[in-house]
Design a protein around this ligand. Structure first.
Ligand code: C2E
Ligand code: MG
Ligand code: MG
Ligand code: MG
Length: 279
């Protein structure tokens, strides 16, 4: 023992940490198995045009149907998938399922799939996207890929080339969780995105005048760049009104609809939302 090793010192061999590491390893083993057995389900959350209430697209969101623990949300397994590299296989599975599901939806509905930065470096992303499209017969114009700033952080030159190849396939590219990073504005001009999704944290603070000012300039920039804008995580009618008055055309959030399983989405029938603000 070193002379500094007191009772508050970090001990790598503590039983608590060992238990945590064991749990994490079990989760990884179970996740690998679940991907293999295709026990990763895809839920869909619609994106609404605020002026008309029409559904314009649906976002594919992964859910793990665990044998004993029930439905596990992404917050619990996406970090494990990222750390272990399983996110590449998981991402390909979600992509393939979402494309197969999308052909069951009306032609004017796009399907959006989230991509991890690791899919740009750890797999053959362009091939996977082409395969998913060919396998399902989905028109490339109906697929949207959501990326975050993290894609620009590592291997940014190679990733940018991959992003350009993806766009040339005819799919659209959206920048997700916009505003939570450090240099968001510069990334907005680093690539010709089709869409930008304003992070929920902004929508949560939309009651403040500073937030309104920041969002106002983002809307201006997006219009200059010819980008469509989505407000994420809309929960209240007050937020809908503010978003609309700022000129943001699209909204997604539990106020309109939570993510739902495919069956429920198809039954719901892509009906217009009655919850948009009155023009
Ligand atoms: P995201 O892509 O930003 O997706 C939006 C998240 O916000 C979803 O959480 C959605 O359920 C939640 N959300 C939407 N509206 C509301 C609202 O009004 N209130 C609240 N409190 N939450 C709302 P979810 O499904 O738990 O997914 C969390 C994150 O996990 C996603 O954030 C995405 O980054 C990641 N993720 C999910 N599926 C995949 C996937 O297939 N691949 C990858 N790479 N990441 C995924
Ligand atoms: Mg997303
Ligand atoms: Mg987001
Ligand atoms: Mg997010």
């Amino acid at each position: 023992k070193s002379k500094n090793a007191g009772r508050n010192c970090f001990n790598v061999y503590s039983p608590e940490l060992k238990a945590e590491a064991d749990q994490r390893n079990i989760l990884e083993i179970e996740l690998r198995e679940a991907i293999w057995r295709e026990e990763i389900e895809v839920f869909y959350q619609p994106v609404f045009e605020l002026g008309t209430g029409h559904v314009k697209s649906v976002e594919a969101l992964a859910r793990w149907r665990h044998r004993t623990r029930g439905l596990i949300p992404p917050a619990e397994f996406i970090p494990v998938a990222e750390e272990s590299g399983l996110i590449v296989e998981l991402g390909n599975l979600v992509l393939a399922k979402a494309c197969r599901h999308a052909v069951m939806m009306p032609d004017d509905i796009k399907v959006a799939v989230n991509l991890s930065a690791l899919q740009f470096t750890g797999g053959n992303l362009v091939d996977s996207v082409m395969l998913a499209l060919m396998d399902s017969g989905l028109a490339e114009t109906r697929l949207e890929l959501e990326i975050t700033e993290s894609v620009f952080l590592a291997d940014s030159q190679d990733n940018l080339k991959t992003l350009e190849r993806l766009k040339r396939l005819g799919v659209s590219i959206a920048l997700d969780d916009f505003g939570v990073g450090y240099s968001s504005l510069s990334y907005l001009t680093a690539f010709p995105f089709n869409k930008v999704k304003i992070d929920k944290s902004f929508i949560d603070r939309i009651g403040r005048s500073e937030t309104v000012a920041v969002l106002g300039s983002i809307v201006q920039l997006a219009k200059t760049l010819n980008l469509s804008i989505v407000a994420e995580g809309v929960e209240t009618f007050e937020q809908v009104e503010k978003i609309r008055s700022l000129g943001i055309a699209l909204g997604q959030g539990n106020f309109f609809s939570e993510p739902v399983p495919l069956g429920e989405l198809l039954l719901q029938g892509f009906a217009d939302s009655e919850r948009q603000a009155v023009a």
